[in-house]
Design a protein around this ligand. Sequence first.
Ligand code: PRX
Length: 654
Amino acid sequence: MNGETRPKLVQESRKIPPPEGYVAKSYVRGREAYERMYRESVERPEAFWAGVASELEWMRPWESVMEGDFPDFSFFRGGRLNVCANCVDRHALGPRRNKVAIFWEGENGDREVYTYLQLHREVQKFANVLKKLGIQKGDVVSVYMQNLPQTFIALLACLRIGAVYNTVFAGFSPEALRERIVDSKAKLVVCADVSFRRGRTVPLKENVDRALEGVDTVRAVVVYRRGGVEIPMVEGRDYDWDHLMREASPDCPPEPMEANEPGLLIYTSGTSGRPKGIVHAGGGFLVGTYAYTKYQLDLRDEDVYWNTADIGWLTAHIFVLVGGLACGATTVLYEGAIDYPHPGRLYEMVERYRVNKLFSAPTAYRMLLKYGEEVARRYDLSSLELFASVGEPLNPEAWEWVHRVLGGGRAVINNTWGQTETGGTPLASAPGAVEMKPGSCGVPFYGHHLDVVDAEGRPVPDNTPGFLVIRRPFPSLARDIFGDRNRYVETYFRPVPGTYFTGDSAVRDEDGHFWVLGRVDDVINVSGHRISTMEMESALIAHPKVAEAAVVGQPDPVKGSVPVAFVILESSAERTPGLETELAEWVVKEIGSFARPAAVHIVETMPRTRSGKIIRRMLREVLQEGTVRGDTTGLEDFDAIDRLVESLRNKPGI
Ligand code: PRX
C-alpha cells in the first residue's frame, strides 16, 4: 500500500474551467465569488435563506427563519404563502403574462403551448373542480398521469387549494398504484385515459379501476382524455376532465398556507420493505427548489429549458413544476421516450425549440452515446450551453462525450447530487463559478453543510471515503415519512447522531469537490479493500465494447465479498470468445488486481426502475437465490428478471 486513499476515479480527475461565454451569464462568477457566498451562507444561514425567500411572494411574513434541529425543525415559521401563486400568478399577473411556460409535445407529435396567463386560467378552473368534488385543504389527491400540461394543471391546482398531491409514476402497475393510494388515504385520483410510450398505448384508467377494487377512501376519479379511446366510466365516481372544466369558474384565490404545512407526498423505495411516503413541506420545498433551480441552472428569462424527467419522479417537481416555474422559466415538456420513434428524437426537439439548457439522467446520456456521434451530427445542437444530470453516477466517459459531442466542447456539464428526501440537490457544479471535474458531483450548495464521516460520526480527512452526511437542516429536506414518524427518525437521524444520514458514501477531494461513490450498501469490501461499485462500473463502461455495467457484491467466505459484474455490450460490439475474461482483466488493469471481478456476466437486459436506474438489489438476489423475492413493484419490465435468469443459466460467465 502506498497510503493512497483516493479512489482511482478521483486520482485521475482533470479540471475544466467554466467556459468564458457562460461565466458572463452566471449568477455567481468565479471560484472566489462562490467561496465567499458559500462561507457567508453557512456562517449565517438565516440571512441566506431569508434572502432567497424574500424573492418570492408571501401573504404573511414569517416569524423566524430557522428553528429547531433534526428531526424537528421548521423554516419560515408562521409565514404564509401559496406555492401555486408563486409558480403561476407571480408571472401571469406581471410582465411575463404572455411568456411561454410550457411547450408540450406528445410522443405521437401532438403539440400544445401554454403561456403563464393560460396556465393561470386553467389551474384556477381545475382548483374549482377539485373543490366541487369535495377536496379540501390537507386532503391527499393521487395523480397518475404521464407528462402532460394537464398533469401540471392538476398538481398546481392541488397546491393552490392546499390539497397534498401524490404523483404516482404512470408506468407503475395497478398493484403499486393501489399500495400508494391506500397508504396515503387519497380521496381523489386524477388520471389520463391512456399514455403513449414507445408507440404502445398504456391503459392508465383501466389500471386505476383495478387499483381501486376494494378501496373505499377514493370518492372520485377525474379522467383526462389523452387518447380519446373508449373507456368504461363508473357512474357516480368517474368524471370527464373536459366536461368538468367547461363548467368551472376561472377564478379561485390561492389558499394561504403556513410554510411548514405538507405540500406534496412522493413514494420512494427503501433498500427493502414497503415504499416510504416522503412528505415535503410546501413552503420549504418552494424556497429550496427555487434556489437550486436559479443557481444551479442559472435560469434566465431568455432560456429554453428542457428537463426530460418524468413527473412521476421528484426531479421534475424540483426542477420544473415548482423550481422551474417559480423562476418563470420557459420549459419543454415531453410525453414519451427520448429515442422514439427514432434515436434522434431528443436532438430534433432541441433543434426545434432551440433548447439551451438540457437536464436529463446519466442513463439517458449513455443511451445517446450508444446511438453514436453520427446521429447527433445530423442536428443543429449549437444552442446548447448547459447539460445537467441527477440520480446516479455520471461516469467520466459519458461526461466527456456529452461535453465534446453534444456541447461542442464549450458547454457546462453539471452533475448534481440529490435524493427524493433532500427535495433538491445539495451538491452540484456551481456553473460559471467552479471548475468542473468529470465524475464529481461538484461542491456544496449555499446554506448546506455537508460532511464525510466515519462510522462514529467523526469527519474523515480529505480524499478518504466515508459516509456522506448533512449537518444542518435546510428548507427542502423531507419533514416526515407519511404515517411513520418513527421510521423517519430511525432511517435518517439515528445512524450518525446530529446529522441527516444520506445513506451514500463519498469522498471530498482537496479542491472541495465531492465524489459520491454509491449507496453505502453498494460499496464492496474485498479483503479489506474498499471498492466502489461505481468505480468498477465506470472502468467497465470505458471498455470500447461495453455500453452498460452494474457491479454487485457477492458474499465470499474468504474475502468478505467479491465483485460480480453484469455487462450489456454496445450494439455493434462482437461477442468474441473469452470476452468475459478480457473484461475482468480490463478491470484489473484499470483499478488493480484486488478489484478483479469474480464473475462477468454478459447479459441482454438488467432490472431497472422506471426512471432507468439499474436495481442492483435484484441483481444480487438473482445471483444468490436464482430469482427475485423482494418487492418488485418498482420494476419497469417484469420480464427482465426472467430473461436475466435465463441468460445466466445458458451462459454462466466466467
Ligand atoms: O445514491 C444516490 C444516487 O441516487 C440516490 C437518490 O435517488 P432518488 O431518491 O431517486 O433521487 C432522485 C434525485 C432527486 C442517492 O442517494 N444519486 C443521485 N445523484 C447522484 C447519485 N449518485 C451518484 N452521482 C449522482 N450525481
